[in-house]
Write a protein that binds this ligand. Structure first.
Ligand code: 3HC
Length: 651
């Protein structure tokens, strides 16, 4: 039996020691890797023949940082901050050889080395903020010294990786090479040793000039991410560079990092990170199938959604047939897709000569026959069972296939990966996951409007909770006629006992369809998307309540949030029970990626578990007492979980 290869190895190339991390898939700096790094460094320092050291990583990338899976455990020595400090203090020059990406602790490790050689195309980043954290292993102090305060703060606050040869990153790297980076780093290290340059410690580099305005500007940007503690902590940690000795500032940042690790926001963001990756993993059914080749797609429906899907498919290199029965709507859709690419070019994100080739891959048709040679057909018509039935019966006439559904599933999963989207496998039940839960939220919004809330009350309660937009402003953006066509929603509003809410019908009848008509739940100035409260809507609501004998009352934000979210959570209980989706975390992934649920709250089910399922159940039961079992009957799963003291996502 052969032993596992070491996670960190030490070899020698002449007078240069080569320390290599080999910890697939992303060379995360787990406890064993950290211990291995110290052992290898000690070995290289002790070897008298070694005059310089190169630190490199095996595989397709340098290093993705600390091992996020360890963040739920107590910190285990050797700590990354200390490991990096050992490299920084090394008596022999240390050169980092970078390729792929160097992220988080990986970027901090590289910054702690004395020199950096990078393969062209390498990306460096400090994405800790996306996990509700700050760079906790010296990055807050070393990055400003290498790239300046402004660029370092931008990196830490937006969390996006930068190309190593981007102008703002100029100070990070000593050499960018097109050849094999490890060999180039060894040659670089040899030259450093021969020239007797010795270690160049980042901590001793002069602090770049900075004005208070830079911190103020970034602080304002950080505050815009209200609800998340990490961004402001990042600015404070970087600022310590100007009034604290280096080692103290690093220690403070690490203490803040450890405190942030324990916040509910960071736990939610880490959960979201792994839930999204889990969602992409096929279940046994798809794993047994083989993806079919994908060259040509047909998209049925030329509305906003169909246009967006067509663009994503074109971007992924597929040929696209856009099928729309209404010729005027088809022309509009094609024109909007063209306009989208003009905008991308104007923003400098694409060369203008690339556009004709993309547009050449798009053709339109009024008949479903145009889908006959498509490898995949995507339906993007209204949420109306009649329309969907018609589309599918026509499709059955031309796309029927003997291929097994496992192959079809595997093909779908492959397509999602190609589109660089996050996909969730679910059963084809009415409303799937997201829209089915959304229906409950929309219903409650409409009920609260007739009970006394104004659109801005509901929207501000939900944006305060963390949604980027309130549900009524979203309705205006999507078009109120879209929700209105949903027969299930209409049934909930008008046919269940005790309610007869025709608000949506009234708005649609008076052609208040949202932004596209300049008026919906709000009004809109020409050319503006800013929702403005509209007295006409307020008058309509008051009249509606009066007609139904409803005494309007102020609805507190806590009630608004509960009624919007707990109905959704309860519905998720039914969805899980019916096996529409196999993993509870997939429900959260749908809401995080598709419906703007605040990421730092983890998704509806993570949020429910945090509150405690028993608490959610108690509130649902209280709502049942007030509004009736037709609307608020607790899902059996919710009752069972609460009785067993369990959460949706585990104990
Ligand atoms: N720790 C543990 N596991 C990690 C990881 C990390 N830092 N980064 C990625 N992984 C795992 C993923 O969970 C996935 O596991 P799976 O195969 O079991 O699902 C596997 O590595 C591959 O990841 P992806 O599917 O995301 O692969 P991609 O090639 O699409 O992307 C990546 C690679 C760009 C590195 C992406 O994984 C990523 O962004 N990782 C997170 C990077 C990050 O946030 N680093 C900061 C960590 S916090 C830190 O360093 C603290 C320090 O300041 C002290």
């Amino acid at each position: 039996m052969s032993a596992d290869p070491p996670l960190v190895s030490l070899s020698r190339d002449g007078a240069v020691a080569l320390i290599t991390i080999d910890h697939p898939p992303v060379n995360a700096l787990s406890r064993d890797v950290r211990a291995g790094l110290i052992a290898a460094l000690d070995g290289a320092i002790a070897d008298k023949a070694v005059r310089a050291i190169v630190l490199a990583c095996a595989g397709k990338s340098f290093c993705a940082g600390a091992d996020i899976r360890e963040f739920d455990l107590p910190p285990q020595p050797p700590h990354l901050t200390d490991v990096i400090q050992r490299f920084a203090d090394a008596a022999k020059p240390v050169v980092a050889a970078l390729h792929g990406s160097a992220l988080g602790g990986g970027c901090e490790l590289a910054a702690g080395c004395h020199y950096r050689v990078a393969a062209r195309g390498t990306r460096i980043g400090l994405p800790e903020v996306n996990l509700g954290l700050l760079p906790g292993a010296g990055g807050t102090q070393r990055l400003p010294r290498l790239v300046g305060f402004d660029a370092a703060l931008s990196m830490m606050l937006d969390g996006r990786p930068r190309a190593v040869d981007a102008g703002e990153m100029a100070g990070f790297t000593d050499s960018i090479v097109d050849s094999d980076v490890r060999a180039a780093a060894v040659a670089f290290a040899s030259r450093v040793a021969e020239a007797g340059l010795g270690p160049r410690r980042t901590a001793t580099l002069p602090l770049p000039d900075v004005t208070p305005e830079v911190f103020e500007r970034h602080l304002q940007a950080a505050r815009k991410r209200g609800g998340e503690p990490a961004p402001e902590k990042i600015v404070a940690a970087v600022r310590r560079a100007i009034d604290m000795p280096f080692a103290d500032a690093v220690a403070y940042a690490r203490a803040d990092f450890l405190a942030l690790r324990e916040t509910p926001e960071s736990k939610a963001l880490r959960y979201a990170f792994f839930a999204e990756r889990e969602a992409g993993r096929p279940g046994a059914e798809a794993a047994s199938g083989s993806p079919r080749p994908l060259e040509r797609a047909a998209v049925i429906g030329g509305g906003t959604m169909g246009q967006g899907i067509a663009i994503a498919l074109l971007d992924a290199g597929l040929e696209v047939a856009l099928i729309e029965a209404d010729p005027a709507a088809l022309a509009r859709a094609q024109q909007r897709i063209g306009a989208h690419y003009e905008e991308v070019v104007a923003k400098g994100r694409m060369a203008s000569n690339a556009v004709p080739g993309i547009i050449a891959r798009l053709d339109g048709g009024a008949s479903i026959d145009a889908a006959h040679d498509a490898d995949v057909v995507i339906e993007a018509v209204f949420e109306d069972i009649g329309v969907k039935r018609e589309v599918f019966s026509k499709l059955d006439a031309i796309v029927r296939t003997d291929a097994s559904s496992a192959d079809a599933l595997a093909t779908g999963i492959a397509l999602v990966k190609r589109l660089r989207k996050v996909g969730v496998v679910c059963k084809g039940k009415d409303g799937f996951i997201g829209n089915r839960m959304l229906l409950l939220r929309t219903r409650e919004c409409l009920f609260m409007l007739e009970e006394g809330a104004l659109p801005r009350d509901i929207d501000s309660a939900l944006t305060e909770f963390g949604f980027a937009m309130g549900p009524l402003a979203v309705g205006d953006l999507a078009g109120l006629d879209i929700g209105w066509r949903n027969a299930n929603l209409r049934r909930q509003l008008r046919e269940l006992p005790g309610r007869d809410c025709d608000l949506l019908d009234r708005l649609v009848a008076s052609h208040r369809l949202g932004q596209k008509t300049g008026a919906g739940w709000y009004r809109y100035e020409a050319g503006s998307r800013k929702p403005i409260p509209d007295p006409a809507v307020e008058a309509l609501l008051i009249e509606h309540s009066r007609e139904r004998g409803i005494k309007r009352r102020a609805i507190p934000p806590t009630e608004i949030v509960e009624r919007c979210l707990f109905g959704m959570i309860n519905e998720a209980g039914h969805i899980l029970e019916e096996g529409v989706v196999s993993r509870p975390s997939d429900v959260d992934v749908v809401w995080l990626t598709g419906y703007g649920f605040p990421r730092y709250r983890g998704g509806p089910l993570f949020y429910a578990d945090r509150l405690g399922v028993a608490h959610v159940l108690a509130r649902v039961e209280a709502l049942r007492e007030r509004f009736g079992a037709a609307f608020w009957e607790p899902a059996p799963l919710l009752v069972r979980l609460a009785a067993n003291g369990r959460g949706f996502l585990g104990p």
